[in-house]
Write a protein that binds this ligand. Sequence first.
Ligand SMILES: Cc1cc2nc3c(=O)[nH]c(=O)nc-3n(C[C@H](O)[C@H](O)[C@H](O)COP(=O)(O)OP(=O)(O)OC[C@H]3O[C@@H](n4cnc5c(N)ncnc54)[C@H](O)[C@@H]3O)c2cc1C
Length: 399
Amino acid sequence: MIDFKLTREQEELRARARAFAQEHMIPYAHYYDKTGEFPRPIIQKCWDEGLMNLGIPKEYGGPGLGSVEQCIAVEEMAAGCAGMTTSIYVNSLGAEPILIAGTDEQKKKYLRPLTEELRFISFACSEPGMGSDVAGIQTRVKKEGSHYVLNGSKFWITNAPHADTFTVFATLDPTKRHKALCAFIVDADTPGVKTGRPVEKMGHRASTTSSVVFRDAKVPEENILGGEGTGFVTAMRTFAMTRPSIAAFATGLGRAAMEYARDYVQKREAFGQKLQQFEAIQFKLAEMYMKVEASRALYLKAAWAADNTPDATIPASVAKAYATDAAMEIASEAVQIHGGYGYIDQYPLEKLFRDAKLYQIYEGTSEVQRLILGRHVLEGYEPAMQTLPKWYNKSPPAD
Ligand SMILES: Cc1cc2nc3c(=O)[nH]c(=O)nc-3n(C[C@H](O)[C@H](O)[C@H](O)COP(=O)(O)OP(=O)(O)OC[C@H]3O[C@@H](n4cnc5c(N)ncnc54)[C@H](O)[C@@H]3O)c2cc1C
């Protein structure tokens, strides 16, 4: 049976996240965007209200919610402020490798504290020389006695200067590419671990992004996730679980842009009429609405697959690629509908436009999603027509 209705619990969660976004995010979104300050008071409030770390299982102190619920909450919060939501959600990204590959001991030690007080865990995969090509990681790791020693640099790491813990990907031998990757849990106060100055960004300015440098950083051997050589699979499985949420982020942002546009066309006049009376404007709103609806359907399907199937990679890539492109297009059209006001910071449109761009880049670019999907169509997908007809121009059989 297919059922598109949310459960009562899911509706309640959506209502709580929506109220949080309206009361605690939207009023301050402009301030944090302008200043680039880390919105710690807002994140603290989010943690206090139990809207953070939603995927941590009950046995480790969390609410143990599934991907569907996380996505529902994320759509609401991203409609409030994309940058704040990135700072909030990155804990789920940082924790996912532990959920996937961690031992019970590791989960107790590193997941439970996230539920006891506001703490941050960051996901450190990308480097100055690579982002898309995860198998090309250059950060080195060497086993020395009972420790692993890390050397190298990570870049674009969300929340890095605030992180208590990192999940880090490093290679035993870069020539062996994906076969040599390992994942580790690294305490941020480990000697030899240093974060850089936050970088200035186009959008998501309420999230902090910086480098992390490892210089002979000694990590206890019990902090390896999985085993040696399993890091690539852990990274890919992580993305399959978290990409539905990026699609939900994009849906929330696109929805907000559409709603601002809807409001504006009911008030603004041109040529003696309200903008809403022009069919060209109505068509733009219709396009936006179709894209929001399709994005939501796709992220829900992907999140369902993450919760209920062994591998959500394909639906996750479909949702991420579609919803993030859609959000960019909706934001662009919403700016257009606002004319000059869309371009200045007295209205929220220019911020939505800047924020939308990141969704097409982080957690696998739009091109990377298409690489995954192109390969799937050619190699994984099972055609519905097992044998294709040889002739298309036959006459119908006689009665
Ligand atoms: C604000 C921000 C926050 C981020 N947060 C994190 C984080 O917390 N943790 C983390 O690990 N990373 C993070 N990232 C990094 C992000 O995931 C990478 O920037 C992203 O994966 C792209 O990698 P890249 O920038 O190296 O681009 P590249 O991989 O150099 O790609 C450049 C361009 O080439 C295209 N391209 C690359 N390979 C192919 C190909 N085979 N075929 C076709 N096109 C291709 C890409 O799609 C892209 O358009 C963040 C980035 C930003 C900007």
